[in-house]
Design a protein around this ligand. Structure first.
Ligand code: UDP
Length: 476
């Protein structure tokens, strides 16, 4: 009889590890803790190494069923010169053509949960009478900006970057320096595409955000979105902070065991993890500075490293985790040998959550992807904020200036190519400050406080747990 009362819903993730990870965790959470049956719809990517690895792991619960949408051929309108956002958006648009039929085949689930680039689903589901929820994989402050973007687009005539700052109702203004890259040029296709997707957020039955009350409560963002008159005038959906949904049961596979063995021989809080998410890449010059800075700091480290890319800061977005070249071929000559006693160089991909959970890890140099931030905070690890793409600059400001769990290295502008660079001496300074210094200790203390509140949020009776329960009730 219980099976009859189990509501069946569908979850649809866009390609890209940063979305797949939290949506899959949300789906698992619904199945395990809220007695929901989930059909997890997957869009097939061009180079799905890591996607397959995540979905094929033995950790999926029984009532989570993976449904592959038919693969689509996008070669005629997607090319390597397109920016990531537009390319993902096209892939999603094509892949969603059979969504209607799939949902009918699945006997019309009670609800569909989507993320930011699959908003065509709103139109398809309206016709089928299925309520659609959006799952927002970035912090509330970025959601606030996204919800008011259509208004900004109407009211502001110049480029946003030419403003002194961008006013977001109910929130602290966003520095133009921190703006998401797809808001930098309003004539770009990338901007129009982003605007189209966020404009549709008002069609959602609700927006789940991967955050929790205590994390963003003090920042005016969360209160802003709840209480500001602007959002009350929008047909804005209710916003539910349901996080932190992060990978919890990630197993260390045999080839990676040496990393954990190495950590077992280090003292508590002594190691810095350096990792730039699933797609992050540095320029040749910046990678050289980073390596030298790490070496000069004389601190212990794990460096997860990829071949430098002088053109894109997210050079491995579409082939995360694929094997690359031997790091010795692109790191400074002799670096691996000279640092063998203090550091571990891991090519391309490492089991990030088990590493962050290890007591030897005392800091994380991160590109500030929202999943990485949550994984760090949930494990009480303070950060060096090294934003690269998407909304990461805003996240870095949130971490350093509002939550106070991170330090951001100072960049210098270079006349030659107009790009900014963090010099090796600055890297040495922030690494020492975070791992050995008093400031690092204070940030670790703050991260540990948040770790406590994070562990309560998703447990029975916690703020996130209760909000999820109330929504699940409405699906019955
Ligand atoms: N990740 C990992 N090992 C790596 C790099 C990334 O396990 O070597 C995982 C990380 O734990 C996180 C996700 O990939 O769950 C990256 O998401 P995030 O939002 O931090 O960044 P994105 O890749 O979307 O830029």
């Amino acid at each position: 009889a219980q099976e009859v009362t189990k509501p069946h819903i569908a979850v649809l993730s866009t390609p890209g590890i940063g979305n797949l990870v939290p949506l899959l965790e949300f789906a698992k959470h619904l199945v395990i803790h809220h007695n929901v049956h989930v059909s997890f719809l997957v869009i097939n990517t061009e180079a799905p190494t890591m996607q397959h690895r995540l979905l094929n792991s033995a950790t999926l619960p029984t009532h989570l069923q993976v449904v592959n949408l038919p693969p689509v051929d996008v070669t005629s309108f997607v090319n390597d010169n397109m920016d990531v956002l537009t390319r993902v958006s096209y892939i999603c648009q094509e892949s969603l053509k059979p969504l209607r039929a799939t949902l009918i085949e699945l006997n019309l689930p009670k609800a569909l949960i989507i993320d930011i680039f699959t908003t065509d689903a709103f139109l398809i589901c309206k016709e089928l009478g299925i309520p659609v929820y959006s799952f927002f994989t970035s912090p509330t402050k970025f959601l606030a900006l996204s919800l008011c973007l259509p208004k900004l687009d109407k009211e502001i005539e110049c480029e946003y970057v030419d403003l002194p700052e961008v006013q977001v109702p109910g929130c602290k203004p966003v520095r133009t320096d921190d703006l998401v890259e797809h808001l930098l040029n309003r004539k770009d296709e990338e901007y129009r595409c982003f605007l189209r997707h966020v404009s549709r957020l008002t069609m959602a039955a609700g927006v789940f955000v991967n955050t929790w009350d205590d994390l963003e409560l003090k920042s005016s963002w969360f209160n802003g979105i709840k209480n500001d008159p602007f959002y009350k005038t929008l047909p804005a959906p209710p916003v539910y902070p349901v996080g932190p949904l992060i990978k919890r049961d990630e197993a260390v596979t045999e080839p990676d065991e040496y990393i954990i063995s190495w950590l077992n021989n280090q003292s508590p809080n002594s190691v810095l993890l350096v990792s730039l998410g699933s797609g992050g890449t540095l320029t040749t010059e910046q990678l050289t500075e980073l390596a030298w800075g790490l070496e000069m700091s004389k601190q212990k480290f794990i460096l997860v490293v990829r071949k430098p890319n002088d053109f894109s800061a997210c050079g491995t977005f579409f082939d995360a985790g694929s094997d690359g070249e031997d790091p010795e071929s692109y790191l400074p000559e002799g670096f691996v040998k000279r640092t063998a006693e203090v550091g571990l160089v891991v090519p391309s991909w490492a089991p990030q959550v088990p590493i962050l959970r290890h007591e030897a890890v005392g800091g994380f140099l991160s590109h500030c992807g929202w999943n990485s931030i949550l994984e760090s905070i949930v494990n009480g690890v303070p950060m060096i904020a090294w934003p690269l793409y998407a909304e990461q600059k805003m996240n870095a400001t949130l971490l350093t200036e509002e939550i106070a769990v991170a330090v951001k290295p100072i960049e210098v502008s270079r006349e030659v190519r107009g790009k900014k660079l963090v010099k090796r001496e600055e890297i040495e300074r922030v690494v020492k400050l975070l791992i050995g210094g008093e400031e690092g200790k204070a940030m670790r203390g703050k991260a540990n406080e948040l770790k406590e509140s994070a562990s309560k949020a998703l447990k029975f009776g916690g703020s996130s747990y209760d909000l999820i329960s109330s929504v699940v009730e409405s699906w019955k």
